[in-house]
Design a protein around this ligand. Structure first.
Ligand SMILES: [Zn+2]
Length: 326
């Protein structure tokens, strides 16, 4: 037995930090913020302990709380005062996200990213335009091309309100190109796009739907989000977004898809983001509540593993808690 190689030599106190390969810091983290135009007080989100929907006039306070922990960036989701078939409040100049972003960017130094999608704004809860009468049909399709124009209008309205970056999440083919073109035409060539490039149709999104009130009223999102069985397709998806001008490439969810994070990291030189989703957050909280897991340790290890897999940025509901520890 050859024992000249002893990896344990480098695991002692004092040297562990020096040889550590992965660093997690508060500046890697993006905290989601839910702004709700239907309420004038904060509403706790049951399945996401520690998170709340906040009214528009508390958005600034909410972001200030996040900034105090050392987290510098937020992604804003909106719950509109009303919904319709098209999702027209998504691009309204006085819409919930636009109003919140205006206030946050005026009163804080936070880097503000906005989620660009229609599902929180449509009565049917899908991420785009649905043909009239489709409600009666057993198979549902969200119309791809008519949706592009609405996403582009939404992204422009966010940029006009002051958003530093837009993040289209609807998995509409051509969405990055359509948004890039519209932003450039409207004088927002300096606003980058973080594309939800490989977004899977995942059961881990459950708690988010409580938070953003975005569950589809019927059907599911299998026709536009990716099949969890596929990885080569993810590369193809990401390639298309790169061709269309995406600046940051996101994989969502994170933990069940670390192989995809690694693949994207290896194939592309763009910054890679991973979304540690609501279900990944909720399950650690649920286990910790039962006393089965240590919440802070498992949360930290989760984020470290996402970073180790190749993510540069992590969107996570643990952002504040972990930043405090760091
Ligand atoms: Zn959506």
């Amino acid at each position: 037995m050859d024992l000249t190689a002893r990896p344990r030599r480098l695991r002692r106190d004092g040297i562990r930090g020096l040889v550590s390969e992965t660093d997690l810091s508060a500046s890697d983290l993006i905290a989601p913020v839910f702004v709700d135009a239907t309420t004038d007080e904060r509403i706790p989100i049951g399945s996401m302990p520690g998170h709340e929907r906040v009214p528009i006039d508390e958005a600034v306070d909410r972001v200030a709380e996040i900034r105090e922990t050392g987290v510098e960036a937020v992604i804003v989701f909106g719950i509109p005062e009303s919904k319709d078939a098209e999702g027209s409040r998504a691009w309204a100049a006085e819409g919930v996200v636009q109003e919140a972003v205006r206030q946050i960017t005026t009163e804080t130094d936070a880097y503000v990213i906005t989620d660009v999608c229609l599902c929180e704004y449509t009565e049917h809860g899908h991420c785009g335009v649905i043909e009239p009468h489709a409600h009666d049909e057993p198979t549902l399709t969200v119309e791809n091309d008519p949706t592009l124009e609405l996403l582009a209008k939404t992204a422009v309205s966010h940029a006009e309100a002051g958003a530093d970056m837009v993040a289209p999440s609807s998995m509409t083919d051509g969405m990055v190109g359509a948004i890039r073109e519209a932003l450039d035409e409207e004088g927002h060539a300096d606003v980058p796009i973080m594309s939800y490039a490989a977004k899977y149709e995942s059961a881990f999104y459950g708690p988010f739907r409580d938070a953003a009130d975005g569950a589809p009223a019927f059907g599911d999102r299998r026709h536009y989000q990716m099949d969890p069985a596929n990885s080569r397709e993810a590369i193809r998806e990401v390639e298309l977004d790169v061709e269309q001008g995406a600046d940051v490439l996101m994989v969502k969810p994170a933990l069940p898809y670390l192989d995809i994070v690694r693949d994207v990291r290896e194939r592309f030189d763009h910054p890679v983001a991973a979304y540690n989703v609501s279900g990944e957050y909720a399950m650690l909280h649920a286990a910790a509540e039962k006393g089965w897991l240590d919440l802070e340790e498992t949360a930290y290890e989760s984020l470290l593993s996402i970073k180790r897999a190749g993510a540069d940025l992590i969107l996570t509901y643990f952002a504040e808690d972990i930043a405090d520890r760091l």
